[in-house]
Design a binder for this molecule. Structure first.
Ligand code: FAD
Length: 317
């Protein structure tokens, strides 16, 4: 079922989550151990992230440096199919522009369609670590909005190559990302919102936000989206803090603020277990307020660990 249908049919706030594919060479059973305890909260859908290759540099015996592309977490589509098979839950593979030509993307979308995966989360992706800014692949897309347009075209039976038989069309429900504290490359939030509107105009059906720790920023963001004419559902993304180190690690990685009250409390925590307890309590408070506000769904960035998200779900669902 499409995410938009899940949202329309819901009688109360839904609980969904995002997981990462296992690290290369790790067992899928590790992922099942994360998901098994969370199934009691009936997530209607689970997102599976996509991870681009990283370039490793290896010195060869002849002195030359060899570039070796290596994907740390392969298998997004396979993981989606496996989760759907095991739990009968809808899965949402993340698709990125970086590293793909439009033709390769079209091939991947055909595979998803044959697997009866109906939802995709469409992203531009970040720059490679070896690049300063995002560089699109030759024959690939510059922005997530371009990829949304390609998928929308496929939904209308329009394919890249004229000679493609057009006896079918896809029917993907398309999610896109948004940033209540603005995307880090954008000069300001208003410009970022105009670019978000482009994604919606191109055909995005719903939005999931970057994590945030101050609900007021999300509420203000919703108002600004409304003013901009963005009328699709905007699902809040939440990530409980689980270690002391995260108050320094999360802001530069995700370009978000951690409120002073939360960062002070976490700094004073005697160890990671105490920090996790504080992080869970904060997320519970945030979730309660968001539910009162009437958000359609709470989307948890589990980082493929279940304890904190399970503890929050126990409190609020
Ligand atoms: P875009 O919407 O293309 O925007 C990128 C930047 O370009 C923004 O600053 C925007 O304002 C600007 N922009 C957009 N259109 C235009 C235009 N036409 N002209 C000028 N400027 C423009 N990354 C992964 O690699 N894998 C994942 O699985 C993944 N999942 C994510 C899930 C969520 C919910 C979120 C919030 C992020 C996720 N990311 C993931 C991170 C994401 O790839 C990065 O944040 C990336 O830098 C931007 O992606 P985007 O889709 O928001 O890009």
């Amino acid at each position: 079922m499409k995410i938009t249908e899940h949202l329309q049919k819901a009688e109360s706030t839904l609980f969904s989550l995002e997981i990462l594919p296992p690290l290369r060479g790790k067992s899928i059973n590790d992922l099942y151990k994360v998901l098994d305890p969370l199934m009691e909260f009936n997530p209607p859908f689970i997102d599976v992230t996509y991870h681009r290759e990283e370039i490793l540099y290896k010195k060869r015996s002849d002195g030359f440096i060899e570039q070796i592309p290596k994907r740390k977490r392969p298998g997004t589509v396979g993981i989606c199919a496996a989760i759907h098979n095991r739990y009968k839950v809808d899965t949402v593979p993340h698709l990125v522009c970086g590293g793909f030509t439009k033709g390769e993307t079209e091939d991947a979308l055909f595979s998803l369609h044959y697997l009866e995966i109906q939802n995709v989360m469409v992203l531009r992706g970040d720059a490679l670590k070896s690049e300063v800014t995002f560089v699109p692949s030759e024959g690939g897309h510059n922005y997530a909005s371009d990829l949304v347009k390609q998928i929308k075209d496929m939904n209308e039976g329009k394919f890249l190559f004229e000679e493609t038989a057009n006896e079918m069309s896809t029917d993907f429900c398309i999610g896109v990302a948004a940033y209540p504290e603005k995307h880090f490359e954008s000069p300001n939030l208003s410009t970022d919102l105009k670019n978000l509107k482009k994604k919606v105009d191109m055909g995005a059906d719903y939005i999931v936000t970057q994590m945030f720790y101050d609900n007021q920023k999300y509420f203000k963001f919703l108002d600004m989206c409304k003013e901009e004419g963005i009328n699709v559902p905007i699902i809040p993304g939440l990530k409980p803090i689980t270690t002391k180190g995260q108050i320094l690690a999360l802001p530069p990685r995700f370009h978000i603020d951690i409120p002073e009250e939360l960062s002070n409390e976490i700094s004073k925590a005697k160890d990671n277990a105490a920090a996790k307890q504080i992080g869970v309590e904060w997320a519970v408070q945030q979730s309660r307020e968001l539910m009162e506000y009437g958000v359609p769904c709470l989307h948890f960035y589990s980082m493929s660990r279940s304890e904190a998200v399970t503890a929050i779900a126990r409190e609020i669902f």
